[in-house]
Design a protein around this ligand. Sequence first.
Ligand code: NAD
Length: 311
Amino acid sequence: MINILITEFIDPEALKILSKDFNVIYKKDIWENSDYLKKEINKFEGIIVRNKTNLNQSILEKAENLKYIGRLGVGLDNIDTEYCKKNNIFVQPATGMNADSVAEYVISSSLSLLKKTKLINAKTQNGQWPRTSIATNELKGKILGLIGFGDIAKKVLKLINAFEVTTISFDPFITSQEMEEHNVKKVTFENILSLADIISIHVPLNNETKYLFDKKTFQKMNNKPIIINSSRGGIINETDILEAYKNNYISGFALDVYEHEPVNKIFLKNITNDMNCILSPHIAGVTEESNTRVSEFIMNKTNEFFSNFKF
Ligand SMILES: NC(=O)c1ccc[n+]([C@@H]2O[C@H](COP(=O)([O-])OP(=O)(O)OC[C@H]3O[C@@H](n4cnc5c(N)ncnc54)[C@H](O)[C@@H]3O)[C@@H](O)[C@H]2O)c1
């Protein structure tokens, strides 16, 4: 019998897809209990996680029977993929399955920040009439700078094209030819900082991208852009983005991801209702629709993996 542990929430309907031959243990909050994981992980051939379960080397070393990790999402920064490679543990992300949800989040945040929806709503609801006191902007005609030109960035591009936006992108791993095929100009990171009105971040968190946005980079922004981070916390230095906003280097920001999740209280203390910013709890990719797609995809891939695996 193949034993599979699921450590975070999953669409319950999708669970039915898993082969009846598997012994499935579903504990949606067990990711919080590293003692349980350390003690029990050696009993499982497969484990299915989201982004909260920390599968670092010290846990994986105890997973003597582990052959497969299913990731209900795409970022792999909570999994020691190098260790998995060396030890023949196959890692299956749900590539592309939540990209539409994230792309819609980027469009909705861009519009809300440009239209200052939060600020205008608060004042109007308070009995004020901020018809001319708060200036708002169109998305039409703006320059969008995409940091990273992978799956999600391409979905954003597709949606934002309806607004007649010019798009430039910084991604050293994508050729200018590929970008041109999408009508996007490949530029340097510095170009994005100086040209963009909207900067949307779509890269993995790694040594190169950690604090890619810090005090120095914000100070190079010419057009007071709005910043949207739906990728990973830690790519933006949270102290520095607050300072950049207060010093008028940027005109707004939307953050879905944070260096520590839930977001730390010191950061929140600095957020006031009169700031043009939107905070959300890492839900850009988690809609009902994407949850169904992601869960079904990983369940099918799990069946496929173990039906072909030679023990
Ligand atoms: N907030 C959410 O709910 C949510 C949901 C899904 C994905 N994500 C995150 O969104 C991000 C993008 O996901 P994706 O599916 O588009 O990934 P992807 O792998 O398809 O694309 C990432 C792109 O980043 C580029 N890149 C890598 N290092 C770079 C660097 N140093 N500078 C510039 N570009 C670099 C790669 O070449 C690639 O084109 C990931 O961090 C992922 O974890 C968040």
